[in-house]
Every structure is written in C-alpha cells, then in structure tokens.
Design a protein around this ligand. Structure first.
Ligand code: ASP
Length: 429
C-alpha cells in the first residue's frame, strides 16, 4: 500500500506554517543581533544586504501571481455560484456598502493613530514617480479603467482594469451558461472545467510560494535587526494594534446593522457564530470555513437556507471586508513609515483599488498579501516594503479572516430580513 502523503514530507514541512514563521522570527532576531543589532560592521554589510534576496524573490512571485489569481477567482465564482435576481441585487448593495465602510474605518484609524510614525525605515532609493504626482482625478480613473488590450492588465498589474475584464467575462459567461442550460445544451462545461482547473493550479503554485515565506521572514527580519535594530518593529507593534482596533470597530458596525435591520439579536449572532469565527481564526481561510459558516447560520442562528447560502457561499467569494480594511491600512502605514505622504487623491485611489483587490482576493491564507501588491503599485508605494508586513501577516491574516466570515454572516442575516422563518410557516398556516 502507498505511504500516506503527509508522512513522505520532510520534517520541516510537517511543522505548521505559523510555527515555522515563529521559529524563523526567533532565529532571525538572534542572527540580526549577531550581525550587529543596529550597528553593523563594514565587513558584514554585503551579507546583510543579501539577506533580503529571498523576500524580494517571493514578492516578485506574488506580484506575478496576483493578476491570474484575481481573474480566475472571479470567473470561477461567476461560472459556479447560484445568484437569484432580486436577492442578488440586495447582495451586491450589501457587499459594496460593507466593504466601503470597512475601508473608511481602516483609513480613519490609520490617520488618527498614525502607527507608521512610531518608527522609521530607510526610504528606497527609487520612488515611483506616480507616488509624487497622482491627484484626485475621477475622470482620469474612469478612462484608465478601460485597458488598451484585453491582456494588458495581466501584464501591467492594474487591478481596476483587471476587475473590469474579469467581471465583464464573468457576467457574459454566466449568461451564456444560463442560456445553454435553458436550451438543454452543455457546451459551457469544458470552459467551466478549464476555469476550475486553472483556479486550482494558481492556488497550488501560490502554495509553493507561501511555503517559502518563513525564509523571507528570516531574511528580512535579520537584515532589519542587523541594520536598524528594533526601532522599526515598534511601529509594527503599533500597526498590529491599529489593525485590531479597526477590525473591532468593523465588528461593532456589523452588530449594529444586525440589530437594526434583522430579526436576529446581536448576542445570538455572536454566540451562534462562535464555531465559524474560531475556525476562521485557526485556518486563516474563509473558504475552508465556508461549510461551517453555512451550517451555523442555519442550525444555530436559524436563518432560511436561501439567505444562509447567499451570504456564506456566494457572497463569501466577493466579500472580504477584513481584507479590504487591511490593504488600505497597510498602504497608509507604509507611506507613514517612509514619510511618503499620501494626499487625498491617492487615499481615494487606495479605497478604490482596495475594494477591487479584496473582491479578487481568494478565500485562502495570505491571499490579501498577494493582491496588496496591486494596491501599492497603484499609488507608487514600493512593494518591497510588503516584506515587512509578511512578518506579522500570519497573525493579522487570522484576525481579518474572522472579520471576513463575520461579514458574510452579516450579509446573510440582513438578507433574511426582519421576520424569522418560523413566521413563514404561520403565514402559510
Ligand atoms: N485569508 C483571508 C481569507 O481567507 C484572505 C486574506 O488573506 O485576506 O478570507
């Protein structure tokens, strides 16, 4: 009999990723201190600079994977999800409002607490000209949303253009599929299969890149400690705190909407949803949590099956409020750390690209980190600073995933409306 897959893997790979990252962090701090702890000697400088190479390569791979990931994730959702007409429109409005509120909460908290002011990082030598020049220009944004060629956004990494292309093809393929089904044809199936297989393939390749994250963390942390000591990490601590405050406020916003716009009591919502929140926190994947979310919405909170399905199975593919909030905050944080002020126009661009980037973020661990590269590029922030965020992503990913799931549950609850399903039976009776 074949040996089970997991026993064949080397010992290091059998350790959970979170633990690997923690081990890498500890080793990196020790190595960074050994190399100078803020006062490196001349002879160590070349070695220290080379420590950033794994992180640079990993970021390059993430940047390359982001566009195909977004494209196939959106196409896959449109081709496979069941979206009824009227409830579908309500779903769309809820997704947009919740995500926009999330981003504004994120930007507000980041602007008030200014976590990036707690420590400084050396600015990169080359700053993208777009960062210096972009102003609030809605007409320019609309013009820019249409790419010159269909494949251009895949190459230029323009997230808004990419989503325009993905949504257009998604909507059209969906319509063609429905027409074929009503005519009894099944010619759409090969396309559906190809999209499904490509989606799986991109996720698997992403898995290889993510497996190398501990190496990147080791390199970037030991380099930072060796060169600049612990000062940069003080601001990272402030950033974690700021993100937690913002996610907490987003949770309060959900509970307020649940209280005002549905029959469910917020306390029952929280109690009933505990299994889903804990699963989200422990897996860092709202996709893996999906079946549990669906179940608790029906069994513990008592929603109708159709409302539970819309929020937790359909909405979950587009609705990533925690991710949107996090991407916007990260952009602002890094701009603060670098002392590279983002004006109102640029912050608006951050809002827009974060909305699109969160729509395209697949429900898997660290997906937000992948699409974040596109948000940074849109306002000319240097993406190599995302490597700094990699060091805390293993924790913040868990927290924002729990909020992503809470967001899906809120959408389901609001769609369920002001009357519980028990009253449906009374009306019929
Ligand atoms: N891990 C998140 C989720 O599964 C996505 C992200 O990385 O933000 O919902």
């Amino acid at each position: 009999m074949n040996e089970p897959e997991h026993t064949k893997r080397p010992i290091w790979m059998r350790i959970p990723l979170t633990l690997q990252i923690l081990i890498a962090l500890i080793l990196a701090i020790a190595f960074g201190i050994f190399l100078g702890g803020g006062n490196p000697t001349e002879s160590n400088k070349v070695l220290i600079d080379n420590l950033a190479i794994p992180a640079d390569l990993i970021l390059k791979a993430l940047r390359a994977l982001a566009p195909p990931l977004i494209l196939v994730a959106v196409l896959h959702t449109f081709m496979t999800a069941e979206i009824p007409g009227r409830a579908g429109r309500k779903l769309g409005i809820l997704l947009i409002t919740n995500t926009t509120v999330a981003i504004f909460i994120g930007l507000l908290v980041a602007n008030i607490l200014r976590p990036g002011r707690w420590g400084r990082l050396t600015p990169p030598t080359v700053i993208d000209a777009a960062a210096e020049t972009s102003k609030l220009d809605p007409w320019g944004l609309i013009q820019d949303a249409i790419p010159k060629a269909i494949l251009e956004p895949l190459v230029s990494n323009n997230v808004i253009q990419l989503i325009v292309i993905a949504l257009s093809f998604g909507i059209v393929l969906r319509a063609i599929k429905s027409e074929m089904i009503s005519q009894g044809k099944d010619g759409y199936k090969p396309i559906e299969d190809v999209v499904g297989i490509l989606f799986e393939a991109v996720i698997r390749i992403l898995g290889w890149v993510i497996a190398l994250v501990p190496l990147a963390v080791f390199g970037i942390v030991s380099k930072t400690v060796a060169k600049e000591g612990f000062q940069p990490f003080i601001s990272l601590g402030a950033f974690i705190l700021a993100v937690l405050v913002a996610l907490f406020l987003q949770g309060c916003y959900y509970l307020t909407r649940v209280k005002l716009e549905s029959w469910v009591k917020p306390i029952d919502f929280l109690r009933g949803g505990t299994d889903a929140f804990l699963t989200a926190f422990s897996t860092s994947s709202s996709g893996a949590t999906m079946p549990i979310t669906f179940e608790v919405l029906q069994e513990k909170i008592g929603l109708r099956e159709s409302s539970a399905a819309l929020g937790s199975l359909v909405g979950a593919n587009f609705n990533n409020d925690g991710t949107a909030l996090y991407e916007a905050m990260s952009a602002l944080f890094i701009s603060q750390v670098l002392g590279q002020h983002l004006n109102l126009g640029q912050q608006f661009l951050v809002v827009l690209t974060s909305i699109f980037a969160s729509v395209g973020a697949a429900n898997i661990p660290n997906a937000g980190l992948v699409t974040m590269t596109l948000v940074f590029q849109s306002v000319g922030l240097p993406t190599q600073y995302i490597a700094v965020l990699v060091t805390v992503d293993w924790f913040l990913d868990r927290c924002r995933t729990a909020i992503n799931v809470m967001g899906d549950m809120t959408v389901s609850t609001l769609i369920d409306g002001k009357k519980p399903k028990t009253q449906d039976n009374q009306l019929l009776g």
